[in-house]
Design a protein around this ligand. Structure first.
Ligand code: ZN
Length: 301
């Protein structure tokens, strides 16, 4: 199928980290070894930029500060080609494994680096492995105090490492003492009492493509709103060095890498996309106020 010009504009997002930064390899590739690893982030991200040009699509790139520090020209290239630069933190530490002070230093350092490289204000933050959970809601205050305006960090699903299953499925405002943060969660579809992820990452790679296509169609048509799709740059790289993780980790990381690029092209043919910032501002007026929400907000935990 090919999308029509009046189709809903969804949000596209890419997490820019190298394959060895992924949480599943924590403890397998210690941080002290990162510098010695073969880096593939520039080549893969440049390929994604070329694909987005081909489809006249803009995306948000949640860039790891550690990557920006070593490849400032990459951040400049992403911004220069019309995409949004947002923050994936500096050192890819899970939020709930950090103290509030360490988290503040991490997100501050990343924001400064990315703003210096891109020349634009950084408004968005995505936590490594969606690690804002009931254990780390203090992070929302820190993000506001550090000048972030939106996050894409609370997945409304049940998962072994992340998620708040009853949190909002659509963008929503979170009122905190430090201000109002917009949370833009990864997209899900409802199946009975469950929220099932439909838009990105391992679900896009591991499950057949029709899962993603029908999930996005459901959200676009039945709920009349955009999805937030996400992918990592290493997911289009079947030639990346193989690292040793447990069997579940290996399955999640390596499954179907060789198919992701062609699936992404299909996705960009089937649906329209723009940056997260564009979709947030387009829907900002319809972001539900907490009082009108049918489900409890995460901050009530
Ligand atoms: Zn990440």
């Amino acid at each position: 199928m090919r999308h029509t010009d009046d189709a809903i504009v969804n949000a596209m997002s890419i997490d820019v980290e190298d394959y060895f930064h992924v949480s599943v390899f924590d403890g397998i590739v210690p941080r002290s070894a990162w510098e010695q690893m073969e880096s593939r982030v520039v080549g893969n991200t440049t390929r994604l930029l070329d694909i987005f040009d081909e489809f006249s699509t803009r995306s948000t790139f949640f860039v790891l500060g550690w990557v920006a520090e070593r490849h400032p020209e990459l951040v400049r290239a992403i911004a220069g080609r019309g995409h949004e630069i947002a923050s994936h933190g500096y050192a890819h530490r899970l939020v709930y494994d950090q103290t509030p002070a360490a988290f503040r230093a991490d997100v501050r350092r990343a924001k400064r680096l990315l703003e210096d490289c891109s020349g634009h204000r950084v408004l968005g933050y995505r936590a490594p492995s969606y690690s804002i959970t009931p254990r780390s809601l203090w992070a929302l205050d820190v993000l506001l105090e550090e000048g972030y305006e939106y996050a894409s960090s609370i997945f409304p699903i049940r998962h072994d490492r992340y998620g708040i299953p009853v949190s909002g499925r659509r963008p929503y405002a979170i009122e905190r003492s430090a201000g109002t943060l917009i949370e833009v969660p990864g997209s899900t579809t409802r199946l009975g009492p469950l929220n099932l992820p439909v838009a990105g990452g391992g679900y896009f790679r591991i499950l057949p493509y029709w899962w993603t296509r029908s999930g996005i169609e459901r959200v676009n048509r039945l709920e009349s709103r955009p999805v937030v799709f996400y992918l990592h740059q290493w997911e289009i790289d079947p030639d990346q060095p193989k690292l040793h993780a447990g069997s579940l980790g290996r399955f999640r990381h390596y499954r179907n890498l060789h198919q992701t690029e062609s699936r992404l092209r299909q996705l960009l043919t089937d649906f329209r996309f723009d940056t997260v910032k564009a979709v947030v501002s387009q829907t900002r007026s319809s972001v539900p106020h907490p009082d009108s929400m049918a489900y409890p907000l995460p901050y009530s935990w």
